[in-house]
Write a protein that binds this ligand. Structure first.
Ligand code: AMP
Ligand code: FE
Ligand code: FE
Ligand code: ZN
Length: 277
């Protein structure tokens, strides 16, 4: 069994890279891709732990790219973390986060919620700060009664304390990932906000842009959705990927390796990827 989509405390997961890989070992997971949002800071620690425990750690990350009406996330898998171009791109994204977070907090302060950047940084555990950490600070101070309410009222796109941050185009993301020798996988295709024949057309477009594969196995995909994605992948020549999008206690109902309980991705999925590279 493998899991090719997971987050650590380097972004918005709650497990440190070492404890994530330890958990993978405990659950009998043979290979795990660490795919933090916009950062590869967790990879070295994960890799080291993997070598020690005998768990294969696949270097990866997840990028959000410009897209409407829904959201498009891209996984880069089997990337070279040393690649200069990739690191330059990630630095740009980090800078944009650093200027965005204080704006969100300032707006929340003006709305009568006196949370501070220091508090939010503490919650993030020293990794990259994102909206989930701000949401957690709002919850901790009793301004909302759960994380979802924080997003719905203040933090989601279009809400009162939302600010855009710099996003890559699909092409820029593709260049960064391919430049680092990795595979470009469309993550959770269900969030694109596009249906029917428009969905098929968009996927053909992505194939032309150079996407290598799609995430067929995902925590909330039904058998019907899985079959449909499998068919499209086959038709367009995409490789198949799959993962739980594990975030630890930030999304407590999603378990490592098994998602909501029914996932079991075979090692062959990873083998095919390696062959493609
Ligand atoms: P950020 O990295 O600051 O843009 O925050 C993105 C993260 O916030 C995503 O990975 C999700 O975990 C979470 N998120 C984004 N939108 C929502 C939403 N509408 N409801 C709940 N969580 C969300
Ligand atoms: Fe996330
Ligand atoms: Fe995602
Ligand atoms: Zn993710």
């Amino acid at each position: 069994m493998i899991d090719l989509h997971t987050h650590t405390s380097a972004s918005d997961g709650t497990y440190s890279p070492a404890s994530l890989v330890t958990l993978a070992k405990e659950h009998g997971i043979e290979a795990i891709a660490v795919t933090d949002h916009d950062t590869i800071e967790g990879l070295a620690e994960a890799r080291e732990t993997g070598e020690r425990l005998g768990v294969e750690v696949i270097p990866g990350m997840e990028l959000s790219v410009e897209h409407g009406p829904g959201s498009m996330h891209i996984l880069g898998l089997l990337i070279n973390p040393e690649d200069k171009g990739l690191n330059d791109t990630l630095s740009k994204l980090q800078e944009s986060r650093s200027s965005r977070n204080p704006k969100i907090i300032e707006k929340l302060n003006r709305l009568g919620m006196p949370i501070t950047m220091e508090e939010v940084e503490k919650i993030s555990g020293g990794g990259q700060v994102g909206r989930p950490h701000i949401a957690a600070a709002l919850l901790k101070n009793g301004h909302v009664s759960n994380i979802q309410e924080a997003f719905d009222k203040y933090l989601k796109k279009g809400a009162t304390a939302y600010f855009e941050r710099y996003r890559l185009s699909r092409e820029e993301a593709a260049d960064a990932i391919h430049g680092a020798g990795g595979l470009l996988i469309l993550a959770h295709p269900g969030t694109l906000g596009v249906n029917g024949s428009n969905f098929d057309n968009l996927l053909s477009e992505l194939k032309e842009t150079g996407f290598d594969g799609i995430e067929v196995f995902y925590n909330n995909h039904s058998q019907v959705e899985e079959d449909r994605l499998m068919k499209i992948a086959d038709k367009l020549g995409f490789i198949i990927s799959g993962g739980t999008d594990f975030h630890g206690e930030n999304k407590p109902s999603i378990k490592l390796g098994v998602g909501y309980g029914n996932m079991a991705i075979p090692y062959e999925v990873l083998q095919e990827m390696k062959q493609r590279i």
